[in-house]
Design a protein around this ligand. Structure first.
Ligand code: ATP
Ligand code: MG
Length: 229
């Protein structure tokens, strides 16, 4: 792996995390995501992918180790209905800005610019309930862009989407990362999504056990699946 000349946007060093009942999820877990790249995180059910993302977002506190990440961080959940809280698209994207001291005009500009970035400006006045699943995920991403997040953490954002919408979303995140110099870490179980990323991590036994070229990670996982079937 040659990552030496790239500045990492996310650094995780020897991270450990256990739940209150003592169950250890992460055990000396380390990884680096280079700035301006789109990386994916894979691993079996219960391997700790969501836990790791929540630690990165500061939603959980580690028991040991270090995290270096630039805030604000944008988080996109598997189920957008757990994320979108306001009645309309425009209000929802603006909602994330309430803590910032911005004028009404600045808020409007941020909202419109973010909606444009995900190609949904025409939906600004649309009620959230009238959106498709893929549109909801793009609104969640717009929320992060409006807050000027340089880092996107996405936890299985396509899990509830049909195949076409899934491809659209992953392609859109790839484009956003490249055109805006964002850094994204995307959790998935879907191997076809690996074609869109710059690199991938495989999480197993609380650690990253493989990382690098998406093609190699894909082959490794396909071999495992074949052995098991
Ligand atoms: N709130 C919680 N309290 C205790 N244990 C939890 C909690 N949330 C998750 N776990 C356990 O922590 C471990 C890691 O869970 P996590 O959700 O991070 O896995 P995951 O890799 O995201 O799995 P999946 O692919 O199913 O989403 C699992 O054993 C899970 O049962
Ligand atoms: Mg999960």
């Amino acid at each position: 792996m040659t990552m030496t000349n790239q500045t990492p946007a996310i650094v995780v060093k020897n991270l450990s995390f256990n739940w209150a009942n003592g169950a250890r999820v992460l055990d000396a877990c380390s990884l680096k995501v280079p700035q301006g790249e789109f990386w994916m995180l894979l691993g079996t059910n219960g391997s700790g992918k969501s836990t790791l993302l929540r630690l990165l977002a500061g939603l959980l506190t580690p028991n040991g180790g270090e995290i270096e990440i630039n805030s604000p961080v944008g988080f996109v959940f598997q189920n957008p209905d757990h994320q979108l809280v306001m009645p309309t698209v425009g209000a929802d994207v603006a909602f994330g800005l309430v803590k910032e001291k911005l004028s009404w005009k600045q808020i409007r500009e941020r909202v419109r610019e973010a909606l444009e970035a995900v190609n949904l400006l025409e939906l600004e006045r649309r009620p959230i309930y009238a959106l498709s699943g893929g549109q909801k995920q793009r609104i969640a991403i717009a929320g992060a862009l409006a807050r000027h997040c340089d880092i996107l953490l996405l936890d299985e954002p396509t899990a509830l989407l049909d195949a076409d919408t899934q491809q659209e979303l992953v392609a859109q995140v790839q484009r956003l990362v490249k055109s805006r110099g964002l850094t994204a870490l995307w959790v998935t179980h879907r191997l076809d999504e690996l074609d869109f990323c710059d690199g991938a991590f495989l999480l197993e036994g609380g650690k990253v056990v493989a990382q690098g070229e998406p093609k190699q990670i894909k082959e490794k996982l396909l071999q495992t699946t074949e052995r098991e079937s």
